[in-house]
Write a protein that binds this ligand. Structure first.
Ligand code: NAD
Length: 265
C-alpha cells in the first residue's frame, strides 16, 4: 500500500508526520506522493481540505484519514496519542471506506468558457463591493431574486461548518444532498426571499444568475477567487464522492455532539 502525509506544518504536526512516516515505512508501506492509496492529514480540518484539493483528481482511489493536533476536527478525528494504533491498523489494512457526497460548482462566463470545482464543505458567493443580487433558479424554474450579503451551498459533511453558522441544518452525510443558505437577505415589503435554508436532493440543480454586476467572490472550501464576467453559477450534487478510511466506529452524531456540545477529546 502507498501512503502520503499532509502536515499543517507546525512543529507538532511535523513531528507526528515524521513518526508516522517511519512507522509505516518500517511496516513495508511505500511513501508515494503522486498516487497514494491512503492520505493521512495531520493538523486540523483545514489541513484535510488542502489534502482533498491536492488529490481531487484521484478521489476514486485515495482514502483520507485525519489526525488533529489542535481541537477535535470533523474530518480530523484521531488524537496524536493514537498514532501508533492508527499506523498498525493501516499496516494491517483493517479499515472500511465510507463515502461522503461532494458539491459540484460550475461557473459559466459570458464568453461561454466554464470552470468546474468540487467542494468538500461548501461554495459561497459574495459580491466584491455592492449588495449581491442574484436570480435563483431551481431545476430551470425561477425561484426568487436574492438581495443580501451572499449565498452558501454546502455538502452534508460541510453542513457543520460555515452552513451551521448561517443557521443551516446539520445533515447526515449518508444523504445525497446539498443545502442553500442565505447570508443576511434583505426582506421587506419590496424584496422577498424564502428566508429559510433549502435542502436539495441529488440530480436537482440550483443556478444563480447575476442581475447586474457580473463579478463575484466565489469560495470553494478554503479557496477564495474573484470571478469576472460571470453568466451563471450552477450547483449540483457531484457524481464523485470523497472516501474516508474508518478504523473504528465514530458515528456522525457522536462527532456533532463531541464538537459542539461536550467533549473530553
Ligand atoms: P479556518 O482556519 O478559519 O477554520 C474554520 C473552522 O471551521 C475550523 O475550526 C475548522 O475546524 C472548522 N471546520 C472546517 N470544516 C468543518 C466541518 N466540515 N465541520 C465542522 N467544522 C469544520 O479556515 P480553514 O481551516 O481554511 O477552513 C475553511 C472552512 O472554514 C470553510 O470551508 C468554511 O466552512 C469555514 N468557514 C466558516 C465560517 C463561519 O463559521 N462563519 C466563515 C468562513 C469559513
Amino acid at each position: 500500500m502507498k501512503f502520503f502525509i499532509q502536515s499543517r506544518n507546525d512543529d507538532l504536526s511535523n513531528e507526528l508526520m515524521d513518526r508516522a512516516k517511519t512507522y509505516l515505512s518500517d511496516f513495508g508501506l511505500e511513501w508515494n506522493e503522486e498516487s497514494p492509496d491512503i492520505v493521512l492529514s495531520i493538523g486540523g480540518d483545514g489541513t484535510l481540505l488542502h489534502a482533498f484539493h491536492r488529490y481531487r483528481e484521484q478521489l476514486a482511489t485515495v482514502a483520507f484519514v485525519g489526525i488533529h493536533t489542535g481541537h477535535l476536527g470533523f474530518y480530523a478525528d484521531w488524537k496524536p496519542a493514537e498514532i501508533e494504533k492508527l499506523v498498525i491498523s493501516i499496516a494491517k489494512k483493517e479499515f472500511e471506506v465510507i463515502q461522503y457526497p461532494l458539491l459540484e460548482a460550475t461557473i459559466h462566463y459570458r464568453n461561454d468558457d466554464q470552470t468546474k470545482y468540487l467542494a468538500l464543505n461548501e461554495s459561497t458567493i459574495k459580491s466584491p463591493d455592492v449588495t449581491l443580487v442574484m436570480d435563483v433558479e431551481l431545476n430551470g424554474t425561477h425561484f426568487e431574486r436574492f438581495r443580501g450579503d451572499g449565498l452558501c451551498m454546502s455538502t452534508p459533511s460541510g453542513s457543520t461548518a460555515y452552513n451551521k453558522a448561517l443557521g443551516g441544518a446539520v445533515i447526515h452525510p449518508s444523504l445525497d444532498a446539498m443545502q442553500l443558505t442565505e447570508m443576511a437577505s434583505i426582506n421587506n415589503r419590496v424584496f422577498r426571499t424564502v428566508g429559510a435554508p433549502l435542502v436539495l436532493p441529488a440530480h436537482h440543480t440550483c443556478v444563480l444568475k447575476p442581475v447586474k454586476a457580473p463579478d463575484f467572490m466565489v469560495t470553494v472550501d478554503h479557496v477564495q477567487l474573484l470571478h469576472k464576467d460571470v453568466k451563471s453559477i450552477e450547483y449540483r450534487v457531484a457524481k464523485e464522492k470523497v472516501r474516508f478510511a474508518r478504523f473504528r466506529p465514530f458515528p456522525f452524531w457522536t462527532r456533532v455532539h463531541d464538537s459542539f456540545i461536550d467533549s473530553d477529546v
